[in-house]
Design a protein around this ligand. Structure first.
Ligand SMILES: Cc1cc2nc3c(=O)[nH]c(=O)nc-3n(C[C@H](O)[C@H](O)[C@H](O)COP(=O)(O)OP(=O)(O)OC[C@H]3O[C@@H](n4cnc5c(N)ncnc54)[C@H](O)[C@@H]3O)c2cc1C
Ligand code: FES
Length: 353
């Protein structure tokens, strides 16, 4: 701890510096929080709710994976992510099995727009399921540390009580301030444990009991797509103003509806990768990422649905149809950048790759 204090500098961390694992903290089954520090002693500046993308050196080649920052920028000496490995997981499982204090990892970011800092309100309703609790934890910790705990109805759904990530930390917060109301619902209870929370899937009636004034609250939702779809349908049917609804998706939406004017014109296109001196023919239905892979070029990617920004590349000429989810700014688009995972060539295109 002394060393960390001595090294602490006034400079904020930027992602050219690798992160060093400081602690690996078990949370629930197959879930751990990984706390990183900057070897230079730099501090971390981000908005609660934003994410990092890590390059994981798994056997067989590096994988990029995106994780919400579960710590709060109000505690800037370290930065944490909380990862849950699903059955069959490659990247997250590798992290749980291999990351040890002292190891260094390349990270990109922070990035993302899912933050209550962007939508100031008097009252919030956080609705999450499973590992979707991570941005809510970051925002709640920020609110707690700010000393002005806003009114947060914190609704979380888990399979069983033992799966509720951050339960005891949240209960400690909630026990001390009236503004944080914790409402958990589980599908099954643990044997030999008393459970006094809700049981069953989140429903309109349950939501009404958990947060009777939900119509007055700015809603932030994060969880598996079927869960978020159910929440959207529920709120819409209850007459909630969906302009005040914000969500973060951890996986590609099941169906991306492409506006007619943005629909790709399918036809043969030539993609030229100038720096590599190679080119490939592509039909307009294929993404630049897929075409580059066919040409033997690896563009790092993580979310594959235009959110994380990992696959950003510079376009030198030509037109693409890009339907993204916020992973690129208007300034970057104006400067000719594209997201390879969600851009389709519309005729000849040259990339700085
Ligand atoms: C903005 C954002 C924030 C996120 N925040 C978090 C977070 O806070 N915490 C968190 O845990 N995750 C988070 N994620 C999800 C995370 O990025 C990964 O997508 C997720 O952890 C899965 O990656 P993985 O390496 O564990 O699994 P992968 O190896 O990518 O596998 C994913 C699933 O696909 C299946 N699969 C893998 N390979 C194959 C194959 N060849 N054929 C068929 N099926 C296969 C596996 O069964 C597995 O269930 C976030 C994602 C985004 C976009
Ligand atoms: S891989 Fe995430 S934006 Fe393309």
């Amino acid at each position: 701890m002394g060393k960390q204090r001595q090294n602490w500098t006034a400079a904020p961390w930027d992602d050219r510096e690798e992160l060093e694992v400081a602690m690996v903290i078990p949370e629930t089954t197959d879930t751990a929080t990984i706390a990183f520090r900057a070897p230079s002693g730099a501090w971390f500046d981000y908005q609660p709710g934003q994410f990092l993308t890590l390059d994981l050196p798994v056997p067989g080649g590096p994988l990029s994976r995106t994780y919400t920052i579960s710590s709060s920028p109000s505690r800037p000496l370290s930065i944490s992510i909380t990862v849950k490995a699903q059955p069959g997981s490659i990247g997250t499982r590798w992290m749980l099995d291999h990351l040890k204090p002292g190891m260094r990892i390349k990270a990109h970011g922070p990035a993302g727009q899912f933050s209550f800092m962007r939508h100031p309100a008097k009252k919030y309703l956080f609705i999450s399921a499973g590992s979707g609790i991570t941005p809510m934890m970051s925002m709640t910790t920020w609110a707690w540390d700010s000393g002005e705990m806003p009114d947060i109805a914190f609704v979380h759904a888990a399979r069983k009580p033992a799966d509720i990530i951050f339960r005891s930390r949240l209960e400690q917060f909630a026990a001390r301030v009236p503004g944080l109301q914790l409402r958990f619902t589980v599908e099954e209870v643990d044997p030999f444990e008393v459970w006094s929370g809700f049981r069953g899937r989140l429903s309109q009636i349950m939501l009404g009991l958990m947060a009777p004034d939900y119509l007055e609250r700015e809603v932030f939702c994060c969880g598996p797509e079927p869960f978020m779809r159910a929440v959207r349908e529920m709120l819409g049917a209850l007459g909630y103003d969906m302009a005040r609804y914000h969500e973060e998706s951890f996986a590609a939406p099941a169906l991306i509806e492409v506006p007619v004017e943005a629909a790709p014109q399918v036809g043969l296109a030539e993609l030229v990768f100038q720096a590599s001196g190679t080119s490939i023919s592509s039909d307009g239905g294929e993404t630049v990422l897929a075409a580059a892979r066919r040409a033997g070029l690896n563009i790092p990617s993580s979310c594959n649905f235009g959110l994380c920004g990992t696959c950003k590349v510079q376009k030198l000429s030509g037109e693409v149809a890009m339907v993204h989810n916020g992973g690129i700014s208007d300034e970057e688009i104006a400067a000719g950048m594209i997201l390879a995972c969600c851009s389709r060539p519309q005729g000849p295109v040259t990339l700085d790759l």
